[in-house]
Design a binder for this molecule. Sequence first.
Ligand code: ADE
Length: 439
Amino acid sequence: MDISTNSNKNPAGNDAKLHNGMEYDIKDIALAPLGKKRIEWAERDMPVLRDVRAQFEKELPFKDMNFSACLHVTAETANLMRTLKAGGANVLLVASNPLSTQDDVAASLVVDYGIPVYAIRAEDKEKFFSHIEAAIAHNPVITMDDGADLITTIHRDHPEKATQIMGSMEETTTGVIRLRAMAKDGALKIPVVAVNDAKTKNLFDNRYGTGQSTLDGIIRATDALIAGKVVVVGGYGWCGRGFAMRARGMGARTIVTEVDSIKALEAVMDGFEVMPMKEAAKIGDIFCTLTGDINVIDKTHFPAMKDGAILCNSGHFDVEINLKALEAMAEKVTKDVRKNVDEYLVGGKRLYVIGEGRLVNLAAAEGHPASVMDMSFATQALASSWVVANKATLKAGVYEIDPEIENRVANLKLASMGIYVDTLTEEQKHYLSSWEEGT
Ligand code: ADE
């Protein structure tokens, strides 16, 4: 392994380093061998993405195109980056969250796969945004976001760069909400594919991925026994549903809080207790927010909580628990009472916050398992080639995923599991397309 590093400044003014003439900014390049093992381990569980990679290797749909991706820097994302590179793209990766970067994976991407990465776990806001500037300085024609930070920074600070972008992919609910708000205001200047809204993404990644990885994060951070605990789930979207289902499966008495009456009714009929947060605050042992909104757990809730309550968030941004208010009202704050856990003393009671209120599954665990990211990232990769193939007709706006992509991903995933479905007979097709036959 040839590891040659010098200090340098990249076009965005970063403290970039050089490896074989390629600029990057990561924690420690010597972590590469560990990261490589992790990337290869994840790859075993990503058969659909492997299939897409084989196709891209043959067809080179992205030959010589610059891609900038602002995603969680994990082993699964590394496999997406390899797939895009196999399709001919010059990919650059930056973090979409300051606490989700796997530093060893970042190192391996640089050393073993020749992919420039700008991401350091626990980077501060200034560094985070200087890395986003590096992604912009790469002059991408395709961008990828998990939370829309790259695309909103381009629109706000570098609007001239928007004109060269064929399209962007958005991976998460929060990002799609921001982009739809931009489109509504007439501010969105490029076509964006709402990858998050694909069935092959949100029905699986948001539900089963978040359900499992959120519990994983809570357990790794606290070693809490879930059985017998009162778990409070803020929000009953796909992520909340998945988490509530898994918390109950491990023996928790599970309470849901909601603002949407239909979702609340669904939670009730799924067998969960539903109540306002101000009631749940008094009885919860473990709280997790998964809403996409701010201050779901707010200043009025903290004093009502039990001694020892555990608080975390699995929504995209660290705004769902009002940590500023908690900090202001706390008599004492003790950082790192355990790895990834801070203790706040409020009215003599100890409240424990995991991962500074950032995505608990990525801050305290490894994010969703590769097997589910397989579907999300195969959808993401195929959406990119769809943008390239349709660039002449795409206009500024938010696009749904092409159903053909969803069907291909679902079929490949089933086939990889050795599961096959029936096909409609001609008679059944005719019946479904006719209206004459009834009672
Ligand atoms: N989002 C949630 N889990 C993830 C993972 N493992 N990799 C990338 N993005 C994610």
